[in-house]
Design a protein around this ligand. Structure first.
Ligand SMILES: [Cu+2]
Length: 465
């Protein structure tokens, strides 16, 4: 495993320096400036400097790549490179990404734009970029070996095509992709329609989220790239709860969230308090006659889904993957179930040898969230996150939709916790408790004779022969 110091030394040697040393000064003049972002805060929408009118997207804990116009072409510069990504406060991962971050910056263009993307490879191995979902000339599709030679380390390649189809797309390597995606290389791509239509309606808030997964052992910082399915960190835009920024909207806003899945499994994303429509996929806008209201949308591997809803219920609404292991942080999965097992004597005996020994799980796992258990450095707790009523006891693919009457239009900043109107929070009942009335058929409420009970059982639907 790389140590942090080695990693930084390495990143300094390859990052930044290569852009200056490996390309000639002539080409440098022709290259658009490579913008680097190392902050993990959500960047406000990037207003276009091209004179085009569209409503820019927001990438939670991410950012949008600026471009320059050159002879009517939108030029972008991506740098594939090792990065240090803060996945949650105090937990940093050694990933690979683009322009200082994993995921890379969101690329945002308009239907019909001619787009030129310079890709500089500052990784220790070759790479390429596939523009997932785009219609483009075959030689621009980015599968190394099939459509182009891989981009050798230290070299810059140019991709150029017209963004023909409006919609939600992504980009990711198609050279050594198992390793490069496990290390965090991916980014969102949004092509806005030339003009708004019923199929692609105006929204007030538009968010982009890439679902990604890592396997980083507690105390380590570099993902295990050979992991096939048993990942231990489930992330939105390479952030895990409580590091995920909330989705902050104004009451009555029409909200669109664009999800892309580049993990090794599907993610049923569930929104509390609202129903949404799936209005588009990576194949384009979904015909209105085929849309249905949902509260959970399954996003399969390699898929994109656009969901839309009117945020008309003020509050703090959980928004998460519904696989319960995906709203947890680093954990072992091979532990026996201990619910109901009495360990008291065992704990005493082991405690005389290992004083810090703790038993987990005999009353469920909720204690984990508040336990001050010693953890290796650079490790996020499995169940965590302080809410206004205590620990939220989750991690991973979880965020909060914050709907507020007074959230200013276009303001994406966090309004803090919801202030509930009086009498609208579940409360504790402190009166007398009646003995619960049970169904007569329920045997447990009947006193059984000590020598057993005789009964006749008939299988339901059993036909007489
Ligand atoms: Cu999931």
């Amino acid at each position: 495993m790389n140590t942090r110091r080695d990693f930084i030394k390495y990143a300094t040697m390859t990052g930044g320096a290569v852009a200056a040393s490996s390309v000639s000064s002539n080409l440098m003049a022709a290259l658009p400036e490579a913008v680097i972002q190392t902050e993990v805060t959500t960047m406000p929408p990037l207003e276009a400097n091209s004179g085009q009118h569209y409503h820019p997207v927001v990438t939670p804990n991410g950012w949008t790549l600026p471009f320059r116009m050159r002879n009517n072409v939108k030029e972008f510069h991506l740098i594939a490179e090792p990065v240090v990504r803060e996945m949650s406060p105090g937990f940093n991962a050694n990933l690979w990404g683009y322009n200082g971050q994993s995921p890379g910056p969101t690329i945002e263009v308009v239907e019909g734009d001619r787009v030129r993307i310079f890709v500089t490879n500052n990784l220790p191995e070759h790479t390429s970029i596939h523009w997932h979902g785009q219609r483009l000339p075959n030689g621009m599709d980015g599968v190394s070996g099939l459509n182009q030679p891989a981009i050798p380390k230290g070299k810059t390649f140019v991709y150029e095509f017209v963004a023909r189809r409006p919609g939600t797309f992504m980009y990711h390597p198609h050279g050594d992709e198992m390793v490069q995606m496990a290390m965090g290389m991916m980014g969102s791509w949004v092509t806005h329609p030339k003009r708004e239509t019923d199929a692609i309606a105006h929204v007030d808030r538009d968010f982009c989220v890439l679902l990604n997964a890592f396997d980083i052992e507690p105390g380590a910082a570099t993902p295990k790239i050979m992991t096939m399915t048993d990942f231990n960190l489930w992330a939105w835009n390479s952030r895990i709860f409580p590091g995920t920024d909330s989705f902050n909207v104004r009451t009555g806003d029409r909200v669109r969230v664009r999800f892309g899945n580049l993990t090794m499994t599907n993610h049923p994303v569930h929104l509390h308090g609202h129903e949404f429509l799936v209005t588009g996929t990576d194949g384009g806008p979904t015909p209105e006659s085929a849309r249905q209201y949902e509260v959970t949308a399954d996003i399969a591997v390699g898929q994109m889904r656009q969901i839309e809803f009117i945020a008309d219920e003020p509050g703090d609404w959980a928004f998460h993957c519904h696989k319960s292991h995906h709203t947890m942080n680093a954990m072992g999965h091979d532990l026996p179930t201990l619910i109901g097992v009495d360990h008291s004597r065992l704990t005493q005996q082991i405690g005389s040898v290992i004083p810090e020994y703790m038993v987990m799980g005999e009353r469920g796992m909720a204690d984990m969230a508040e336990m001050e258990m010693p953890l290796p450095d650079n490790t996020e707790r499995m169940m965590t996150g302080d809410g206004p009523f205590g620990s939220i006891e989750m991690g991973g693919m979880l965020s909060v939709l914050k709907v507020r009457d007074d959230q200013p239009k276009g303001d994406f900043s966090d309004p803090g916790w919801y202030e509930h109107p009086p009498g609208t929070v579940a409360w504790e009942y402190t009166g007398e408790l009646e003995e619960p009335s049970r169904f007569k058929s329920e045997v447990s409420s009947v006193e059984l004779p000590s020598d057993g009970v005789e009964f006749n059982a008939k299988k339901p639907n059993k036909r007489k022969v």
